[in-house]
Design a protein around this ligand. Structure first.
Ligand SMILES: NC(=O)C1=CN([C@@H]2O[C@H](COP(=O)(O)OP(=O)(O)OC[C@H]3O[C@@H](n4cnc5c(N)ncnc54)[C@H](O)[C@@H]3O)[C@@H](O)[C@H]2O)C=CC1
Ligand SMILES: O=C(O)[C@@H]1CCC=N1
Length: 269
């Protein structure tokens, strides 16, 4: 069945999800509205053949409304949505740090799922966390699951876990991109051209991802298979261990989860 989806907010994550949904096998009828940046909306219309809408038209014609605005802008959207009949709609909020209780307060009785995708929805490899709100029917939960299953894998979690999930998979792609950027710089430092270093790093990252996906081996086992006793990899890994990479990663993930909690405090009215 063709699913009608309306995106409120047409920024980075909206584009990643729209791009993914357009690549997916399933049929989606997509509308989007964006507050002020009309060029941005036109870009989405031109690139993905979606329909640009104002909010009224979008709500009227969409069974699922995806709120994809910055956390600080969610309340404004919710207050605007109060003006519409929403009883047969499913709202999906992808905003970090906006708890379900905000929706319960301002849109009582309305079905809301809190989702945390990542930008790899664009290539159908997102890992999306979903927390089900109390008014969501079985059919609506399935519908929400289907949308994000079309763009990767999903994991239903209780809302208390969504900030931890954000720290791993929501923000996670950026950690790997940062590592790739650092390794490219290291390659240049060692005498490779920027172009050479970039090709080497990107192909290595893609290959490692494919090995994790296809080999049935854990990351630890795969690491061991690269590491000869007292060899070259061993020398590099010792530096990561001595410089406490594991501790740095934990500290970063904790900072991310804490920021999500702080945002929840700032956006709980
Ligand atoms: N970028 C990412 O990797 C991820 C982002 N998120 C969440 O998605 C939300 C959006 O993030 P981005 O797409 O990165 O931000 P963005 O800044 O790229 O996009 C937000 C868009 O919303 C528009 N907007 C603001 N108020 C509006 C309103 N009242 N009506 C219609 N449009 C409005 C803005 O003009 C902007 O184009 C955030 O809450 C973020 O926490 C969640 C998962 C991943
Ligand atoms: O950085 C952020 O706040 C958003 C949420 C998860 C990924 N990007």
């Amino acid at each position: 069945m063709t699913q009608s989806i309306g995106f409120i907010g047409g920024g980075n994550i909206a584009e990643a999800i729209i791009g993914g949904l357009k690549k997916a096998d399933a049929q989606f009828l997509i509308r989007a509205s964006n507050r002020s940046n009309h060029e941005r909306l036109q870009h989405l219309v031109d690139k993905y053949s979606i329909t640009a809408s104002n909010l009224e038209e979008l709500v009227e014609n969409s069974r699922v409304l995806i709120i994809a605005v910055k956390p600080k802008d969610v309340l404004g959207v919710v207050k605007q949505l109060k003006n519409y009949r929403l009883h047969d709609k499913l709202i999906i909020s992808v905003a970090a740090g906006v708890p379900l209780k905000v929706f319960y307060k301002h849109l009582p009785g309305i079905a809301v799922i809190r989702a945390m995708p990542n930008t790899s929805t664009a290539v159908l490899h997102s890992m999306t966390g979903l927390a089900r709100g109390e008014n969501v029917t079985e059919e609506q939960a399935e519908m929400g699951g289907e949308i994000f299953s079309a763009t990767g894998k999903i994991m239903w979690v209780p809302e208390e876990k969504i900030n931890a999930l954000t720290a791993i998979s929501g923000s996670g792609p950026a950690y790997f991109y940062l590592f790739a950027e650092s390794l490219i710089k290291a390659g240049v430092h060692l005498g490779l051209s920027e172009e050479e270093a970039e090709i080497l790093v990107l192909e290595t990252l893609i290959g490692a991802g494919k090995m994790i996906a296809e080999s049935d081996k854990s990351p630890g086992k795969l690491r061991e298979e690269v590491t000869s006793p007292n060899g070259t990899t061993y020398a590099a890994l010792n530096v990561f261990t001595d410089d406490k990479l594991e501790f740095t990663v934990l500290k970063a993930a904790k900072a991310c989860a804490q920021r999500a909690e702080d945002l929840e405090g700032e956006n709980s009215d």
